[in-house]
Design a binder for this molecule. Structure first.
Ligand SMILES: [Zn+2]
Length: 200
């Protein structure tokens, strides 16, 4: 992570920043912008991870924290989701610094979904179908539900109690009832991406 020119790295390299300000610009906590703060402990990033259902245990060392988050995520797409999420946090930060817009959760969320749809092209056919379906459902449908709730309804073990069964069925019904909208989103995306891809 130290390869990224976060503000604390620029400070170490003796780069002079305006106002001698090396603090994180994604939050108002007046904390120096380290890679760890920017991508993990910043309140802005935490909101993003919460939306994705990724939980970080800061009591652990970095690598164990990653491993535990991956295990808890319960989906084969942890690395894809994590990298895209982090990349979009970095872009939100850069957009502000280079006067391309103010950071916002809604902007991050839209960029995340757009990028995830593009990256889906790298997956094999069978994985891509599941990945895109998950994204389509999330983006067009259950916008108000956390990503984790939707994900769990597809990837977790069968519910074992009547309450869990009821909750799972409710989520599933909600998802199915909006599937048409989701599929339309996939088709639109694939058509647009396919058209631009053909140029190369
Ligand atoms: Zn911050």
């Amino acid at each position: 992570m130290d390869r990224l020119n976060t503000r604390n790295i620029l400070k170490r390299k003796k780069h002079k920043l305006e106002g001698n300000n090396y603090n994180c610009i994604l939050c108002s906590n007046n904390l120096e912008e380290t890679a760890f703060h920017l991508f993990f402990s910043c309140p802005f990033s935490q909101a993003c991870w919460q939306y994705l259902g990724i939980h970080w245990d800061f009591s652990m060392d970095f690598f164990h924290m990653l491993i535990q988050a991956k295990q808890q995520f319960q989906s084969p797409f942890f690395m894809e989701i994590f990298i895209i999420g982090a990349w979009q946090i970095w872009k939100q930060r850069n957009n502000f610094i280079f006067d391309r817009g103010r950071p916002s959760f809604s902007s991050w969320k839209q960029s995340f979904l757009d990028e995830a749809n593009l990256q889906a092209l790298r997956l094999c056919d069978s994985k891509r179908v599941i990945f895109l379906f998950l994204l389509a459902v999330q983006s067009s449908v259950v916008g108000s539900l956390p990503f984790s709730v939707v994900r769990l309804s597809f990837f977790s073990a069968p519910p074992r109690t009547p309450l869990l069964s009821f909750c799972s069925c409710t989520v599933l019904l909600l998802v199915v009832s909006r599937t048409v909208v989701g599929l339309r989103f996939i088709l639109n995306k694939n058509f647009t991406v396919g058209a631009s891809h053909a140029v190369f």
